[in-house]
Design a protein. Structure first.
Length: 320
């Protein structure tokens, strides 16, 4: 979005909400096994975000954590945050990249783990739940692309309960075009309400994989729903023309990698969980097996950003 770190930018919305920088501690686990079963080995780190409170907010308000995707915080994420504050909710836009020295994960998703992305969300929940302005019982998370994967991870009880231990739950999760290539064998989401949205022409993430993920949550008894948008590409909410990102490295057709209760990944060609497996191992398998693709489209067709915004706001009105 800018060469200036997100935390160092002064951002104010047209509705009067002004961004307040908040730093919070998170971690960089090697994989899900380390996050869940060996947390003492995790390297701790501090990242930041900007909290936008609705103008004139009195009593504690509900809040939505906004998690960007592989290109970092974009204008579209701030536009969504502004719309959310228009509902009388706070928006906490986090920046997972700046403090880690990452500018983009488009060509290399293994710069830090997907477990770390999920941990960021849970850590953000803990951070804002402690603020007097926030109603800790009404905190949701909205993630885009890689951020969509992160919020789904944060909703999973097999991840959230052992990782945070304080039992602060997410009331709801909105996953925009999430990558669902890694899924917990036990898809329990407890009382968290989940919705996913993805275009049927998405070249980064497989819509069928998202269908399977959401359906498994429903079968497990969770309140989960999915909307597939006709003709939409990845990031169809951006309000920028569809373009091909030539540097993108994606493997949308690769088999799902499941995650055991202890966090160990299960290689798609094997049956036993392996605590030593990492995201990079699975990505290398996908590429060597012929699933890897260079270049993928991103952007909006006319009417799609408005459709997204309508669906997003309807969800948060009902969920929080």
């Amino acid at each position: 979005m800018s060469a200036t770190r997100f935390r160092d930018q002064a951002i104010a919305f047209s509705n009067g909400a002004k961004g307040r920088t908040i730093e919070f501690e998170t971690a960089d686990p090697l994989n899900f096994f380390e996050a869940i079963s060996s947390p003492e080995k995790m390297r701790r780190t501090v990242i930041d975000g900007k909290l936008f409170l609705p103008r004139g907010a009195g009593a504690p308000v509900g809040a939505v954590i906004v998690v960007p995707g592989s290109l970092g915080v974009a204008v579209s994420h701030l536009a969504h945050a502004e719309a959310i504050t228009g509902l009388g909710l706070a928006a906490f836009v986090i920046d997972p990249f700046g403090a880690r020295g990452v500018t983009s994960t488009v060509s290399n998703q293994a710069q830090y783990s997907f477990a770390a992305s999920g941990y960021d969300v849970r850590a953000a929940v803990k951070a804002i739940a402690a603020l007097p302005e926030i109603d800790s019982g009404r905190i949701g998370a909205q993630g885009h692309s890689r951020g969509g994967s992160a919020v789904l991870t944060a909703a999973a009880r097999r991840f959230a309960d052992p990782v945070m231990q304080d039992r602060t739950r997410l009331a709801a999760v909105y996953a925009a075009y999430p990558w669902c290539g890694q899924q917990f064998l036990d898809p329990d989401i407890g009382a968290t309400k989940v919705r996913a949205i993805i275009g049927d022409r998405d070249e980064w993430c497989l819509p069928q994989q998202v269908q399977g993920c959401i359906q498994s949550m429903r079968v497990r008894g969770g309140d989960a729903s999915l909307r597939i948008v006709d003709g939409a590409q990845h990031s169809f909410d951006r309000e920028t023309p569809v373009e091909k990102i030539e540097t993108a490295s994606v493997s949308p057709g690769a088999p799902t990698c499941y995650i055991a209760d202890d966090g160990a990944l299960i290689h798609p060609l094997r049956t036993a969980p392996d605590p030593g497996l990492t995201d990079r191992d699975i990505m290398i398998y996908a590429v060597k097996s012929g699933y890897g693709i260079r270049g993928a489209r991103i952007g909006s067709a006319p009417g799609q950003p408005a459709l997204f915004r309508e669906d997003m706001l309807a969800f948060w009105k009902s969920a929080l």
